[in-house]
Design a binder for this molecule. Structure first.
Ligand code: FBP
Length: 698
């Protein structure tokens, strides 16, 4: 070893300084990347034009409680044509605007602010943009900053919502509405932009209604990595194909998952089980499956449709109806997974990549019932008592006691208590960690927090247990390549043909499967003896024991959760452009006097030149949904459409991707999230597929 360099010298060395600086070249390049602008935003002034051809039916409750915004039309941002000087001055007047992030982070949020900021300043450098801190709490409590060019410039094309942070507080009382209004009035705001998911855009609609008299406008922006804000009219016209952040998160997950496929194919010993975020809908799982060609991906929406044909068949034979044959249960699901694992193993592939959507529990019969009942029990407790359920019953046992009291009629005296003895019995059959998961605190919107439950552990524990049974039954075996068997036997001077049909159930196939009856060295010996290949007193030849051992599977898993990493990812090229233009769209909706509208870009699935900035009436997207035990008006989440091109293509190709055959795996390597360049990775694959129209249509 040479002499040690002095630490001071090392720390002051330009190379050390450059490689340890907070700012690296990737960040510098990202910050200076300039997203593309839709053509209308490169021109002068704009005008909003109603688009009455896009029709939605109104929800009666929305009509009642959102009277001032329910009749809004879809609006398109169009060139203004010739304007008078007064009109121009009015468009370019000094405006104060507020902006707030709400809900989970999604890549691209900072670019919405950048687009809004640049457009505000373009028309009048005196205009101001205020950012409310920590989500809607900042709005209610009047905590804000003025967003300056310096702040915007350090966040351009960067991930997260760190510029002004975010939160999940719901503005659900007149007191909170009043405080929010006061904050906006004190700042002299002309408009407030709410960047959020379904619950936050619901908030935006209620604020727009509440603020109507004050003249302060409220515009929503469709954010969520979950991809469940998609807007299609009653006639099937797609107005918002996907919320922002979805593409980047899906690409970030996909890169990690494809890395695991490299590991899997190299070590051939693990099933990598990946839980992928998405509170309810499985859009992220579907997109990740299309991006990576993972071995097995579960789509919650499809599982909910599951029909157990065996049960139906048996019931038909008995001339009865089996109502339990419809809808998936945890038991069915674990068996479906085992079936896949066993099939692949029979071709020597005792490894793979499995994607489980975070929200899968929502689609599993018995669990969904528990979730709904527990939501109601917790919400009712909170309404009746002065103390929160989780504070009153902090531990699992205390919560379980409370449920037992209900089932025993000690709390709910009705003939049909919401939690009955059968519920209690079934619930207590679940492992404690899972029961605790199902009882976790609901979020402020009353949503069940799927991200907090170790769903993948629950499912995989059941899978492991059933695989154990299948192994004992001799069904779960690893296939051995016929050629490999031959060469092992040859090198031990044993005649492969002599043993082949005694040991294997499919001696003519490329992958040999040890007979189901051979499940131990004892049964192996019995088989060899009965086939007169050895005497009972002899030891089994070592090579045959080795071959038997090779056929015995050891099921090993590694579990991964992809969620927070992806939603904190840097935005993709698609999301950089999409969000920057969303920010500009929000400005033009405000300038055009819109309120209660969600900024959106039509034709996202097509090339950039066809993108169209529009405003979508939020009130028209609302419906009644069970929240905190009662019906509430919220934006309807869009789930994976089983008739969509994206899902149908995945369904048609998944057998190939499963690769339960003699061939190679079909994993795809999508590569890292990029912020520039024009490649096939430029937009979500599910979107591209969904945009393909029938042969006779362009
Ligand atoms: P939004 O709907 O607010 O965009 O959040 C989506 C999400 O990332 C879900 O995928 C996930 O279930 C949830 O947030 C987790 O939330 P939390 O930040 O409260 O853990």
């Amino acid at each position: 070893m040479g002499s040690e360099i002095e630490l001071d010298y090392l720390l002051n060395h330009p190379i050390a300084n450059s490689v340890t600086a907070d700012l690296n070249s990737e960040t510098i390049a990202r910050r200076s990347f300039v997203p593309k602008k839709i053509q209308i935003f490169t021109q002068g002034y704009s005008l909003l034009k109603d688009q009455p051809q896009y029709r939605f039916s109104n929800d009666k409750e929305a009509q009642k409680v959102l009277p001032d915004i329910i009749n809004n039309k879809v609006q398109k941002v169009t060139p203004s044509g010739k304007l008078s000087e007064t009109q121009k001055q009015n468009f370019s007047k000094k405006r104060n605007t507020g902006v707030v992030f709400s809900g989970g982070p999604a890549p691209g949020g900072h670019n919405v602010i950048a687009g809004l900021f640049d457009e505000i300043k373009k028309y009048n450098p005196e205009s101001k943009l205020f950012g409310f801190l920590m989500g809607t709490d900042g709005l209610i409590e009047s905590q804000y900053i003025e967003i300056t060019k310096e702040i915007v410039d350090t966040h351009r094309n960067m991930g997260g919502f760190s510029m002004i942070k975010t939160g999940r507080t719901k503005i659900d009382s007149n007191k909170k509405m009043d405080s929010s209004l006061k904050t906006c009035m004190n700042l002299g705001l002309e408009a407030l932009v709410v960047i959020g998911g379904d619950d936050s855009n619901t908030n935006a609609a209620f604020l727009a209604q509440y603020f109507k008299k004050s003249g302060i406008k409220v515009i929503g922006v469709p954010k969520t990595i979950d991809g469940d804000i998609q807007v299609t009219t009653d006639d099937g016209d797609v107005l918002c194909a996907i919320s922002f952040g979805f593409h980047s998160a899906a690409r970030a997950f996909s890169q990690n998952i494809s890395n695991l496929s490299n590991d899997g194919q190299s070590t051939v010993k693990y099933w990598h089980v990946c839980k992928v975020m998405g509170r309810v809908a499985s859009h992220l799982t579907l997109e990740t499956a299309l991006q990576t060609h993972a071995t097995l991906s579960l789509i919650g929406e499809e599982l909910a449709d599951y029909v157990d044909q065996d049960r139906l068949g048996k019931a038909r034979e008995n001339k009865t109806i089996d109502y339990n044959a419809f809808g998936i249960t945890l038991r069915h699901l674990s068996r479906l997974i085992c079936d896949t694992i066993v099939k692949r193993a029979s071709f020597g592939k005792n490894y793979g990549i499995m994607i489980i959507p975070e929200g899968i529990l929502e689609f599993i019969n018995e669990i969904q019932v528990f979730i709904i009942k527990l939501n109601k029990i917790i919400a009712e407790y909170n309404t009746i008592h002065d103390q929160d359920f989780h504070r009153a019953f902090p531990g699992l046992n205390e919560k379980l006691d409370y449920l037992r009291w209900i089932s025993q009629g000690m709390i709910d005296k009705s003939a049909f208590p919401i939690w009955n003895l059968r519920d209690d019995e079934l619930f207590n059959q679940l492992p404690p960690f899972f029961r605790a998961g199902l009882l976790v605190e609901r979020d402020l919107h009353g949503n069940f927090q799927f991200s907090q439950v170790k769903t993948e552990k629950m499912i995989m524990d059941m899978v492991k247990e059933y695989l154990g049974v299948l192994k004992e039954q001799g069904v779960y075996k690893i296939g051995i390549k016929n050629s490999e068997y031959n060469s092992i036997m040859d090198s031990s001077h044993l005649n492969p043909d002599l043993y082949r049909s005694a040991i294997f159930r499919n001696p003519g196939d490329k992958y040999l499967l040890v007979k189901e009856t051979i499940i131990s060295q004892k049964t192996l010996k019995q088989t060899l003896v009965s086939n007169e290949l050895m005497d009972a007193e002899e030891n089994i030849p070592g090579t045959i024991v080795e071959i038997f051992k090779k056929s015995q599977p050891d099921f090993k898993t590694q579990t991964h959760f992809y969620g927070y990493d992806g939603r904190g990812s840097a935005p993709s090229h698609f999301d950089c452009n999409y969000t920057y233009n969303l920010g500009m769209t929000a400005f033009h909706l405000i300038a055009g006097n819109a309120t209660g509208q969600m900024a959106a870009i039509r034709n996202l699935e097509m090339e950039f030149e066809k993108w169209e900035p529009i405003g979508i009436p939020i009130a028209k997207l609302m419906h009644l949904e069970e929240r905190k035990g009662k019906l509430e008006l919220v934006i309807e989440k869009s789930l994976v459409d089983l008739n969509s091109n994206g899902f149908r293509v995945y369904k048609a190709l998944r057998e190939k991707w499963l690769a339960a055959d003699e061939g190679l795996d079909h994993y795809r390597q999508p590569g890292p999230v990029r912020f520039d360049g024009e490649t096939e990775e430029d937009r979500p694959i599910s979107l591209v597929l969904n945009s393909i129209s029938p042969k006779n249509k362009s």
